[in-house]
Design a binder for this molecule. Structure first.
Ligand code: ATP
Length: 458
């Protein structure tokens, strides 16, 4: 029997044991909400990243890429509204000093009550009126709810003070708006078109753990898709984006559709400039949570930067000779959340093994090659030849340690779809055994056919 249900502990234990994710700064006692990606984790993360870039930039003729600086001018974040409005509501337990997000505290205690858009006073009132208890010490003795800005300030150079203040970017999106004019002037794009970016963002978040779901630094894949609302119907465009995102997640990443749903933001939850926002949510072991946000943001961002910078960001419509600010639809996803979703969705437990049913396209290693015995040079040499031949075209592992059973267990847990074994028969008939990760079925395949066999399946 295969068990698909999993707990966060099962997934994080496997992730640590097999080198997907390690706790950040571990030998110094750890640094909360930071993580390091190990040898197989980084391969999975890069495969997700590359697939995203390939799908949304390289294979499209209407989207161009960008990589903006992580350290950015303080005025960008003033103009965008982040220095004043980009904050979480924080509350502390006076008894045990636990710090939490007030919205999370309420949602967890009052059965998913939606508190988006409420003021700090309103949140504080709900906590008091319901005598919500601290999940750590059980007391109900809370501070007032306070706003806490998420941006990470950095001081440049040796002069401290306002002049040298910059910010680590809190999202990649602003890079697209501040370079909008540069892209228009240096390329051949015309509306509708998108600018995409894949890279790190930083937020000083209070987080409840849950592995890499919410961390201080994380990677975003964002697209700002610009269009003229008098020429392009935004509702159709929005629906088109929903389809592209759904297809990417279910077909390319291979996630089970039953674990996914779209959730539309209610009016009070939406930013005032957004006409429509929907989140694609995944059913993590800790509940349905946002994976990918899709928002129609009107011309709010470009217009804010026109005001903030004093530079004109309008573009000319050659037909009417009119200068206008385009509107924008923004699909924004966290690459690390896709990573965590892939681990959760692919985790399988059977009586005597655990395996990750990761789509072969994303698997860190596409295949592993073993000599049946490590002390027989004729087997080892033949296995090494096959390994070298495959490695010229894909990520493959070679393993001669321990017995075959142990090697299978290891490869199953890192999601390697095929294991190839060279045995004594191979020396006679030129065939190897290929074992399938998901079914554990074994097949004899000619050495000359091995590469083709694997390529057809990945
Ligand atoms: P949330 O409501 O979960 O805080 P958000 O609505 O603030 O997310 P956006 O600003 O829309 O998130 O960012 C786009 C995407 O970036 C999110 O859908 C999510 O996948 C990812 N993301 C945001 N914050 C984090 C974080 N602290 N750690 C990891 N990923 C994140």
């Amino acid at each position: 029997m295969t068990k698909t249900s999993k707990s966060m502990q099962d997934v994080t234990a496997l992730a640590k044991r097999r080198g997907f994710i390690y706790p950040g700064s571990e030998i110094y006692g750890g640094l909360a909400n930071t993580h390091d990606y190990g040898p197989v984790g980084i391969e999975l993360l890069r495969n997700i990243r590359n697939l995203w870039w390939d799908n949304f930039v390289q294979r499209r003729d209407d989207i161009v890429g960008l990589e903006a600086s992580l350290i950015s001018h303080q005025e960008i974040w003033k103009a965008s509204g982040h220095t004043s409005g980009f904050s979480d509501a924080q509350i502390d337990c006076k008894n045990c000093k636990l710090r939490m997000r007030a919205d999370h505290l309420i949602e967890e205690n009052l059965d998913g009550k939606n508190v988006e858009g409420l003021t700090v006073e309103e949140l504080g009132k709900i906590v008091k009126e319901n005598s919500i208890k601290c999940p750590n010490c059980g007391k109900s003795d809370w501070t007032d709810v306070r706003k806490f800005n998420l941006l990470f300030p950095v001081n440049l150079g040796i002069i401290e003070g306002d002049q040298s203040l910059a910010y680590l970017r809190g999202e990649t999106a602003q890079g697209m708006f501040i370079n909008f004019k540069n892209v228009i002037e240096s390329t051949r794009v015309k509306l509708p078109f998108g600018i995409a970016q894949l890279g790190k963002s930083f937020r000083n978040e209070i987080t409840p753990g849950n592995s890499v779901f919410r961390t201080l630094e994380f990677e975003q894949g964002e697209i700002e898709y610009f269009f003229d609302p008098t020429e392009t119907n935004w509702e159709e465009l929005f629906e088109g984006w929903k389809k592209s995102i759904w297809e990417f997640i279910t077909v390319k990443i291979g996630i089970n559709e039953e674990n996914l749903r779209w959730r539309e933001h209610e009016e009070k939850e939406r930013s005032f400039y957004s006409k429509k926002t929907e989140d694609l949510e995944y059913n993590f072991p800790f509940g349905f949570k946002e994976l990918w946000g899709l928002a129609y943001r009107t011309d709010y961002d470009l217009s804010a930067h026109e005001k903030g910078s004093g530079k004109e960001l309008r573009i000319n419509n050659p037909q009417t000779n009119e200068k206008k600010l385009p509107h924008v639809i923004e699909p924004a996803v966290g690459i690390n959340r896709i990573f965590l979703m892939v681990l959760c969705d692919s985790y399988r437990e059977e009586e005597n093994r655990i395996f990750l049913k990761i789509s072969p396209k994303l698997a860190p290693y596409k295949a592993a090659v073993f000599p049946l015995l490590s002390n027989k040079p004729e087997l080892v040499d033949r296995a090494k030849e096959i390994y070298a031949d495959l490695r010229s075209e894909m990520m493959v592992a070679f393993d001669s340690r321990g017995n075959i059973g142990k090697r299978y267990l290891y490869q199953d847990e890192i999601g390697t779809p095929f294991c190839i074994t060279v045995d004594f028969d191979t020396l006679e008939d030129g065939m190897v055994t290929i074992r399938d990760r998901d079914t554990t079925k074994q097949e004899r395949v000619k050495i000359s056919e091995v590469k083709k066999y694997i390529k057809e399946k990945i």
